[in-house]
Design a protein around this ligand. Structure first.
Ligand SMILES: [Zn+2]
Length: 452
């Protein structure tokens, strides 16, 4: 018995030494030689830079940095490197279609389960990362927290994808964006999980706490989906409750009155720009309220010329008034016309997202300002700018490379050649190389513990 105990102790020591050795192993060093490195904050580019990456994070950036022996080296000296892009308002876990639901998303959420929609979201995330989107705010219409599950799965290292900022279900007064029949509401409770009903201050607090408990990193409120909507006091309450869980609040706004209540309450960001007046743009600029305008272009597969002209005029006015603008799409639909007109091939979710540049170009916004909206403003709206986004020491190594110069030709962003996420290469020479992102177990422990 004693002998066995001795053996056991020896084995334990060997194991512990082994664990200690594994923990003290230095993180691998990656070096990237960069021809042009864009800083979107200033709208400038530096030439002949070296980025040194230790594990998942950037260690140093500068000209003529010494590359340590044994480092893995990537030569991006012929292309332009810049931080990853952000879609600040999208929906990866819902895709309503012409068939069978006639673009009527009441039916999509009845016919498609949370697991199916989570898998759709995982595929959309990979497609977005392939087009250089390393951060995505995913704000509602995610069935039962498919958005939070995707964030968790990506964080744990199961699969590649952008950093997801999930909102959980959108919070609104009864029915959310739906107009349920009494039968639907009373006997089938069919609005949940698509929306959380919150009709009083107590219910607003409860809904926000539920979302944060289940993994929301931002809160989405339906400000005026019903004529009664939320009051300034309701919105202020939501902002203070969300702050307790470290969440900013985005308001879905579809009326000028609703927009005014959101602005008066000091909401962090407003989604959809169509109901905003020039005067409200001025107020948003003064208060630093982000506009996630979801500026839909007029394409063969979507939109109308009339709606496009209005969207372009609104975006232009918001830019002139210096509203903090993000790049945002509200993509939650698909149809059979979403094909490359020349090749006839399907457009990817990334292609469809980057196509929103058409609206920004039509509004005649300078490339440097578009790039700032797609990066710096997006990191701020996602509330990650202290740790992720800028290519600076101490930040996560998320970066992309494109042929050409997006500071003079913004369409250069359509041709992403290289994508790195958390220091790992996801795309190289224009081809996805995602193998290193797939694992049969949760290999990453963000914050040193299992989290949502
Ligand atoms: Zn939306």
């Amino acid at each position: 018995m004693k002998k066995r105990t001795g053996m056991f102790c020896l084995l334990l020591v060997v194991l512990l030494v082994g664990v200690a050795a594994a923990q003290s192993q230095p993180a691998p060093i990656t070096a990237i030689k960069v021809g042009r490195l864009i800083d979107p904050e200033t709208g400038t580019a530096a030439t002949n830079q070296v980025i040194l990456i230790e594990g998942e994070k950037i260690k140093a950036v500068g000209p003529n940095l010494e590359i340590p022996a044994g480092a893995t080296v990537f030569d991006l000296s012929k292309v332009t490197v810049l931080p990853g892009l952000v879609d600040a308002h999208t929906h990866m876990a819902i895709t309503y279609k012409e068939q069978p639901e006639n673009n009527y998303y009441y039916l999509t959420y009845v016919m498609e389960s949370t697991p199916l929609r989570a898998i759709q979201a995982a595929s959309n995330g990979i497609q977005l990362l392939n087009s250089g989107f390393t951060v995505v705010r995913d704000v509602g219409n995610n069935a039962l927290y498919a958005d939070a599950a995707l964030r968790q799965a990506i964080e744990q290292g199961w699969l590649p994808g952008p950093t997801v900022i999930p909102s959980g279900p959108m919070i609104g007064s009864t029915g959310g964006q739906f107009w349920p029949t009494p039968e639907m509401y009373k006997y089938h409770n069919i609005m949940f999980p698509e929306y959380i009903d919150a009709n009083s201050p107590d219910e607003i607090v409860r809904a926000i706490r539920e979302n944060m408990l289940f993994g929301a990193k931002t809160i989405k409120l339906c400000i005026d989906c019903k004529p009664w909507g939320y009051s300034v006091e309701d919105i202020k309450l939501a902002i203070s409750e969300a702050a307790k869980g470290g969440c900013m609040v985005e308001g879905h706004v579809q009326t000028t009155d609703g927009a005014q209540r959101a602005i008066d309450a000091g909401i962090h960001m407003i989604a959809h720009g169509n109901a905003l007046t020039p005067e409200q743009h001025q107020q948003m600029a003064a208060k630093g309220i982000f506009l996630n305008g979801t500026d839909t272009p007029f394409m063969p597969y979507r939109g109308s010329e009339q709606a496009f002209k209005r969207t372009v005029a609104n975006l232009r006015d918001a830019w002139e008034k210096k509203v903090p603008l993000t790049f945002s799409t509200d993509l939650d639909y698909w149809n059979e016309r979403m094909k490359n007109e020349k090749t006839g091939e399907w457009l990817t979710r990334g292609d469809l997202t980057i196509a929103f540049l058409e609206t920004w170009k039509a509004a005649d916004i300078p490339p440097a300002d578009i790039l700032r909206a797609m990066t710096i403003s997006g990191y701020k709206a996602a509330d990650i700018i202290k740790e992720r986004g800028p290519i600076k020491p101490g930040f996560y190594a998320d970066l992309i490379a494109v042929a050409g110069d997006p500071l003079t030709d913004i369409d250069a962003l359509r041709n992403v050649q290289f994508v790195m996420k958390n220091g790992m290469v996801f795309k190289k020479d224009g081809v996805m190389t995602p193998e290193k992102f797939f694992h049969p177990g949760p290999v990453r422990m963000p914050s040193g513990r299992w989290t949502r």
